[in-house]
Design a protein around this ligand. Structure first.
Ligand code: C5P
Length: 317
């Protein structure tokens, strides 16, 4: 996540993520699932503009990246349904921080969406993390990263990941983040089919395995930073549960099987599906072939140039 700020004005670029490995350990008494996952941020970004405002009011507008203003409560696009009111995670995050920090100021915020929604790409979570960082800087709160992380975990299981680096092993319900060394510069093609899936629906449909796979061997492969080793370590326990609910997953699996990618699987709780490519030009070729198949919204992405980067801008006057 890249952050640039000047006075009460801050811009944050909030990345998407994909899950290279995701195993469910068991279902907890609180209804959540204990899991182990290896995630990497990818260079597909939403952009959040934050300006502190002397009134206590919080205002959020949302634009689709193709440029039209979202006037309805929710709007549809190839990216999926985007909430534009106070149920947007940006609004919820900033409102929570405002309340907990006892802030009297408000904010004018504008979110430009590029990350598909209900797709297992973490867009809403990344936007929430971006909002916490932006408000912390814009309102000059000086909250520490651990304090913001605790707030992030209240907002959603994946939100803390986005406050950290580019790649991490996450455990607990996803909110316990162990950043890892760089996984190298990997090239991906990501497809978001026309329909999305709700996270809770997919988890509810998933059966924890009697003998969960260990994340250690997946990390061993991934840490070699070679696309071919990363591909061999791919795993997602939620994929059969999502495939039960959406026919798109099986269709995407078959289509990716036919093109020449090193490995492929669903990301998070779906519905987006990705393939690991040899390099950026290879990803470009694969993306072109998949676009011609009209499977949904096709994105080329890389693990390099993504992740959290904080830059404070100072006014020169
Ligand atoms: O934490 P978050 O709000 O993103 O989770 C959305 C839903 O996904 C939860 O209400 C829960 O049903 C499910 N979930 C789960 N186990 C996890 C994470 C999410 O069951 N580790």
């Amino acid at each position: 996540m890249n952050v640039g700020g000047s006075g009460g004005k801050v811009v944050v670029w909030a990345p998407a993520k994909i899950n290279l490995f995701l195993e469910i350990l068991f279902r907890r008494d609180d209804g959540y699932h204990e899991l182990e996952t290896l995630m990497t941020a990818i260079n597909v970004f939403d952009t959040l503009y934050f300006a502190a405002d002397p009134s206590a009011e919080l205002r959020l507008t949302v634009d689709h990246s193709y440029g039209y203003r979202a006037r309805e409560r929710a709007f549809r696009s190839p990216l999926g349904k985007v909430p534009v009111g106070n149920d947007n995670t940006v609004f919820r995050a900033v409102e929570l921080l405002q309340r907990r920090a006892g802030v009297n100021s408000g904010a004018k915020m504008h979110l430009v969406k590029r990350i598909p929604t209900a797709a297992g790409l973490g867009g809403a979570s990344s936007d929430a993390a971006a909002a916490l960082l932006a408000a912390n800087i814009g309102w000059d709160l000086g909250w520490s990263r651990p304090r913001l992380t605790a707030l992030a975990a209240e907002l959603g299981s994946d939100v803390p990941f986005f406050l950290f680096g580019r790649a991490a092993i996450c455990s607990g319900r996803g909110e316990v983040v162990h950043p890892v060394e760089s996984i190298g510069s990997l090239s991906f093609v990501v497809v978001r089919p026309a329909e999305g899936l709700r996270t809770e629906q997919v988890y509810a449909n998933c059966q924890p395995p009697p003998k969960p796979f260990s994340i250690a061997s997946a990390w061993e492969g991934t840490s070699r930073q070679r696309a071919v080793d990363v591909s061999r370590s791919l795993f997602n326990r939620l994929q059969p549960a999502a495939a039960d609910l959406s026919p798109s997953i099986e269709r995407l699996r078959n289509e990716f099987h036919r093109v020449d990618v090193l490995g492929h699987q669903m990301s998070g709780s779906g519905t987006s599906y990705f393939g690991v490519c040899r390099h950026a030009r290879h990803a470009e070729r694969i993306a072109r072939r998949l676009r011609a198949r009209r499977l949904g919204y096709v994105i080329r992405a890389s693990s390099s140039g993504s992740g959290l980067h904080v830059q404070r801008l100072t006014c020169q006057n």
